[in-house]
Ligand binder design. Structure first.
Ligand SMILES: Nc1ncnc2c1ncn2[C@@H]1O[C@H](COP(=O)(O)OP(=O)(O)OP(=O)(O)O)[C@@H](O)[C@H]1O
Ligand SMILES: [Mg+2]
Length: 457
């Protein structure tokens, strides 16, 4: 990335001297002799950094600084100041200058300061790019709340799109916090049933008896406490969708009743004789392995097949790390707004920690991590210190963790991933260390979808 730097000074020698030095450092340099010309340059070019003198005719450095910070707050400004006017420089810092340099300018210090200013600028730009990507993705897809660009998530979005407008029962599986409920929401909202009710039942939260009457309703006097007739969730969901969350937790008698609804679209209220007909689409979710439950005799196989007409498996976050940057950017925007903070990005070390962590709590845990980092953050960029220690502890590890039970392919992927991180994304060195050719490495990076790692470090 080639950066554009604007130097504003009414002294020709200084302007050109600094310009030459920065050109030699590889930057594209623009020169202006006063604040007014400087502003014009900013408006007509993509300026990444401004270095400006304070006292100039037309528009002073202070005025230029104020214009830049109010219209382009993400362009860092470095102030040049003569000896004895440190106080003005300090005031300028208060007005939002990135830093100041005293004249005569020490070129090494200039070079260092410029690098520092630009690296924070780069973070801001990268973060903005991610935000744009989130926006672009969510406007292109109809399920704006599901964020993700990994192949696995794209596949899931495709399935949602295909099944939404059918009546097929959908079973959503996956670990806790992967976004199962979000998928259920999307299916209902994309279906023709969207204007009718969407009833959610958290099956694990209710005792067995309560669950039955909650789902199917009861007649007055059918049990102690049944003081009036009550309509159940299935009745309420008529013409709409019912979401049975944690379906793995329900007992046999409820299982039989649900099976009957699926087969005959009929049921009776608890303690009731009338048969009630309903037209309900059933979406269920579980983080259990229902095949195991069937083997243990805890879950009916016939019900399983009826619920699982379409299966959507949402993989854990650690298996689709490409989604981390997008999710983090989206949560950062949402949560910094919610907490009234202005945060422009996440620094590279903190990013790496997000990337290396295993995320047992999946996206819910990532969201919590970003929320806590936003709250703890003192500046406008999230750094490693702002993040919960539980997440940063795993980072900075030089070990490759391989658990017995994984395939050779997974092991290879992990070794390549860690070496890439260790070599800070340098592919030539990574290939060297691994003892393979650059082309082979390149192919494997594509095959294992490690491009995100490469970009991240
Ligand atoms: N792809 C995604 N994009 C944006 N937010 C997501 C995504 N996946 C999950 N989330 C967010 O993560 C949190 C957990 O998601 P959700 O409740 O859907 O998970 P779950 O799989 O139902 O978990 P559990 O099994 O614990 O009920 C929610 O705040 C949800 O909005
Ligand atoms: Mg859930």
């Amino acid at each position: 990335m080639k950066f554009n730097i604007l130097i504003v000074d009414d002294e020709k020698n200084i302007r050109e001297g600094l310009g030459q030095s920065l050109t030699m450092d590889g930057y594209k340099v623009y020169l202006a002799e006063n604040g007014k010309k400087g502003l014009e340059a900013i408006n007509s070019n993509d300026i990444d950094l401004v270095i400006t003198d304070l006292k100039m005719p037309e528009l002073s450095g202070e005025q230029l600084l104020k214009k830049v910070t109010s219209t382009n707050p993400n362009i860092p400004v470095i102030i040049l100041t003569g000896h004895g006017s440190i106080e003005t420089a300090v005031n300028a810092m208060r007005d939002g200058a990135f830093d100041f340099l005293t004249k005569p300018v020490n070129l090494d210090r200039l070079s260092l300061l410029v690098k520092r200013a630009l690296s924070s600028r780069q973070l801001v730009l990268k973060h903005r790019e991610l935000e744009e990507e989130v926006k672009r993705l969510s406007s292109r897809q109809k399920f704006s709340s599901i964020i993700g660009k990994s192949a696995q998530m794209r596949k899931i979005l495709e399935i949602i799109d295909q099944v939404a407008d059918t009546k097929a029962s959908v079973l959503i599986t996956g670990e806790s916090g992967v976004g199962k409920e979000l998928v259920a929401d999307a299916i209902h909202n994309l279906s023709r049933r969207r204007d009718n009710s969407f009833i959610k039942v958290h099956c694990a939260a209710l005792s067995e008896n309560l669950l039955e009457s909650e789902l199917f309703g009861h007649e007055k006097g059918s049990f102690t406490g049944a003081i009036a007739r009550k309509r159940g969730r299935f009745e309420l969901a008529d013409k709409g969708t019912i979401f049975l969350d944690e379906i793995g937790e329900i007992n046999q008698s409820v299982q039989i009743k649900i099976l009957r609804v699926l087969q005959e679209k009929k049921f009776e209220r608890v303690g009731g004789e009338d048969t009630i007909d309903v037209d309900v689409r059933i979406i269920s979710a579980t983080n259990k392995d229902l095949k195991d439950e069937i083997e243990k005799g805890a879950f009916r196989e016939d019900l399983f097949y009826r619920l699982n007409v379409v299966n959507i498996h949402v993989p854990p976050l650690r298996e689709r790390k490409e989604d981390i940057s997008l999710l983090a950017a989206a949560f950062l925007k949402e949560l910094s707004e919610e907490n009234g903070k202005k945060i422009d990005g996440i620094d590279p070390k903190a990013y790496l920690a997000l990337y290396e962590y295993n995320w047992p709590g999946n996206i819910r845990e990532l969201r919590n991590c970003i929320e806590s980092s936003v709250v703890m953050c003192k500046g406008n960029i999230i750094s490693l210190e702002d993040m919960p220690p539980s997440i940063t502890a795993e980072s900075s590890s030089d070990y490759i963790k391989l658990t017995p039970g994984i395939t050779l392919e997974d092991a290879e992927k992990e070794v390549i991933r860690m070496t890439l991180i260790h070599q800070k994304g340098n592919k030539t060195k990574t290939a060297e260390v691994l003892g393979i050719g650059r082309k082979t490495l390149h192919r494997k990076i594509q095959e294992y979808q490690l491009e995100a790692v490469e970009a991240k470090v």
